[in-house]
Design a protein around this ligand. Structure first.
Ligand SMILES: [Zn+2]
Length: 265
């Protein structure tokens, strides 16, 4: 099919048929090589300017540009190439249309948004807009965001006037992102038997982490804390994990905390 005459639906259908499961999530995942090659080919045949970035071998991203390269304003549209795995959806690479919807792995998150961005870029160029539309089709959004990190070193943020991430947000404009932060804490102390936490001096959990509070049985205190309502600025409650579950008072306890701050709080 000719790139200049494809509709967003045609392009979405083609993108869904390409396996781009993130190999970081599924070791058998195809990654972005094939879909990035398709997007690059499609962009060139639509008359757009195309750069392929591949700082990490096998994890390419594609920058597609349409319109006037210099002097005008610039809009960046960003979408990701990768999808989650096919588990539970073995026919996910065969698009299925039902009513006015297309179903398939990654159709919603977010090959539809990517197809729309690419078609918008093409049509802006064909219309001869007085500016530039740039599409960053990036790898690895579903895990470590290698692709957008690389794209941002390639694009000059000072030269971008506005940006839209075309992730699905139920037709609502999302103006903030809550983000996430993983914090891993390991402290070193003296291991103790679970029933005699103070026997060998200041206990590492009590003394250094402050968990749980002195005078209360450690397990009871942990249970109590887990049930507490989250503070207002948190969307989710921190996840607390002891690396060595078989020993409740280890010499090197570790905590893994996930914090997802609410940007509207
Ligand atoms: Zn997504």
């Amino acid at each position: 099919m000719i790139a200049t005459s494809m509709t967003a639906l045609d392009l979405l259908d083609a993108l869904v048929r390409i396996d781009s499961v993130n190999p970081g999530l599924d070791p058998d995942g195809a990654g972005e090589v094939q879909i990035a090659a398709y997007v690059a080919r499609w962009g060139r045949s639509a008359g757009l300017r195309v750069d392929v970035l591949e700082g990490t071998t096998g994890r390419p991203s594609v920058i597609v540009r349409g319109g006037r390269a210099r002097g005008g304003r610039r809009l960046l549209l960003c979408g990701h190439l990768d999808t989650v795995g096919l588990a539970g959806n073995p026919d996910g690479l065969t698009p299925r249309i039902q009513g006015d919807r297309l179903y398939g792995r990654g159709a919603y998150d977010m090959k539809a948004g990517l197809a729309a961005a690419l078609i918008a870029c093409r049509d802006a160029a064909l219309a001869g807009i007085d500016g530039e539309v740039i599409v960053a089709a990036v790898a690895d959004e579903e895990l470590a965001s290698l692709g957008i990190a690389e794209a941002l070193t390639h694009l000059d943020p000072a030269g971008i006037d506005a940006a839209v991430v075309t992730e699905p947000t139920e037709r609502q404009a999302g103006t903030a992102h809550r983000g996430f932060a993983w914090t891993e804490i390991t402290v070193t102390g003296v291991a103790a038997h679970g029933s005699r936490p103070h026997q060998r001096g200041p206990h590492v959990l009590l003394g250094r982490l402050g968990l749980p509070r002195p005078g209360r049985h450690p397990h009871r205190a942990l249970r109590t804390r887990r049930r507490r309502r989250p503070r207002r600025h948190r969307v989710g409650q921190p996840l607390r994990h002891h690396h060595r579950r078989h020993c409740p008072h280890p010499a090197r306890p570790g905590l893994l905390l996930l914090n997802r701050p609410n940007p509207h709080a």
